[in-house]
Design a protein around this ligand. Structure first.
Ligand SMILES: Cc1cc2nc3c(=O)[nH]c(=O)nc-3n(C[C@H](O)[C@H](O)[C@H](O)COP(=O)(O)OP(=O)(O)OC[C@H]3O[C@@H](n4cnc5c(N)ncnc54)[C@H](O)[C@@H]3O)c2cc1C
Length: 412
């Protein structure tokens, strides 16, 4: 593997950097994170304005086809763009689900009409999207979901409940997977739709989190009508479509994770003092930071392996699961160490101590990252089965029609 840019890649990097230098400020502090508390109309406006600006200059969704408003760029160019953009201050991103997961799913499984209808406004940031997959009793075991859709004429009538739907309160559209046939095995009876979040019968109830934010929601469906032309792929093919979403989710969450957090940690230690000297000069602090850096380097080269596979036209393997598993824990440990070093000031929030507040925000949000997009245990199962070749997890409901899967205590 050659880590240096080819002449074409170097030229692309220079073009990306030149545009960013003209349109954004260099990054000087930690990237702002969205706490949910911050999911205000102003933040949404800033995020949409940045997305529009990028779209107008051809720097939004760069790997997506030109005919829908993308740039037709390669995965390597996308990675270069990501590396360059990370060096600049950009507004919090409200498009990570729409662009990271919903768009790629529609581009893979949608009809040309569906792509024309939804992709351009995703690229320009006019419409924000959410993912309506998880339910109170279906998260890791997503295929066990119970929200139903029944066909009536040219429409489907949806009833049930979703939960943990990030950003539902600010979205125009959502991708939705529901059960359309309970008489077949659980994976076979699912169908995938796009739903307008303003449809009559949808009720969105925000959930308050440990960080006081309301980043995600419960979403209730009561006789919600979805036109059949908003169905993505065939009836009963919802699991295959959902897998495309989940693979993109893991790729977008896992890639490059943790590397920036450790750079932030080093910067933070330069600003804290131990016995009148910067903490970053203390031997014990340096030992801890060295442990973090070793892991961050491992993550960096693992993500380069993914990139290398992509550039050779191969489908990336379970690297994204490994990156997410290690990266989320690494970030959590780094945030915990930063708070420990900041002492009592790490309890402050807001302008009084912005850096401390940012670490506190990360510390409180990171347990969620170890759950979203595949919990640690599920990622370990994937690695055990696909990397180490260990026997698969026991599946008691295998081959059973969904309606026959036992759900309560055994009958006396
Ligand atoms: C910040 C955040 C944002 C989210 N955003 C969205 C969103 O926008 N849309 C959406 O649809 N969902 C979203 N989710 C939900 C997320 O996908 C689920 O929380 C996740 O899939 C886990 O499901 P669960 O919460 O039902 O836990 P469960 O699946 O019930 O798991 C409970 C515990 O059991 C363990 N476990 C479960 N199965 C196994 C197994 N086979 N082997 C070993 N251990 C197992 C799990 O690891 C976990 O510790 C979000 C979650 C978070 C935290």
């Amino acid at each position: 593997m050659d880590f240096n840019d080819t002449p074409e890649e170097a030229a692309f990097r220079a073009e990306a950097r030149a545009w960013l230098e003209k349109n954004a400020r260099p990054r000087t502090s930690m990237t702002p994170t969205i706490s949910g508390e911050d999911l205000t109309a102003e933040i949404v406006k800033q995020s949409q304005a940045w997305q529009k600006k990028k779209a107008e200059s051809g720097w939004a969704c760069i790997t997506w086809p030109k005919e829908y408003g993308g740039r037709g760029a390669t995965p390597i160019q996308n990675a270069i763009w990501g590396q360059e953009q990370a060096n600049f201050e950009t507004p919090p991103d409200v498009f990570s689900i729409g662009i990271g997961m919903c768009g790629p799913t529609i581009l893979t499984h949608g009809t040309p009409e569906q792509k024309k209808r939804w992709i351009p406004k995703l690229i320009t940031g006019e419409e924000i999207w959410c993912q309506l997959f998880s339910e109170p009793s279906a998260g890791s075991d997503l295929a066990g979901l119970r929200t139903t859709a029944v066909k009536q004429g040219d429409e489907w009538v949806v009833n049930g409940q979703k939960i943990w739907t990030s950003g539902a309160q600010i979205c125009e559209w959502g991708i939705l997977v529901v059960r359309t046939d309970p008489a077949v095995a659980k994976h076979a009876g699912l169908t995938f739709f796009v739903v307008n979040m303003h449809s009559p019968g949808i009720e969105i109830r925000p959930i308050t989190q440990i960080n006081r934010g309301q980043g995600f929601n419960e979403v209730f469906f009561t006789d919600v009508r979805i036109p059949d032309d908003q169905r993505i792929s065939a009836v009963g093919n919802g699991w295959a479509v959902s897998i495309t979403t989940l693979m993109n989710e893991r790729m977008s969450i896992g890639s490059g994770m943790g590397v920036g957090a450790i750079e932030d940690l080093v910067g933070f230690m330069d600003g804290i003092e131990i016995d009148g000297r910067p903490a970053s000069e203390d031997r014990q602090v340096r030992e801890r930071i060295a442990e973090f850096v070793v892991k961050a380097r491992g993550l960096k080269y693992t993500s380069l392996r993914t990139l290398s596979a992509l550039s050779q036209g191969k489908t990336p393997g379970p690297e994204a699961s490994m990156s997410k598993l290690v990266g989320a824990v690494l970030q959590q440990h780094a945030a915990s160490f930063a708070m420990e070093m900041a002492g009592t000031s790490s309890a402050l929030r807001g302008e009084a101590a912005p850096a401390q507040a940012a670490w506190q925000e990360r510390y409180l949000s990171l347990p969620g990252l170890r759950i979203a997009g595949g919990t640690d245990e599920i990622l370990r199962n994937i690695i055990a089965e696909r990397v180490l070749g260990l026997p698969p997890d026991a599946r008691a409901d295998k081959g059973l029609a969904f309606k026959d899967v036992p759900t309560g205590p055994p009958k006396a």
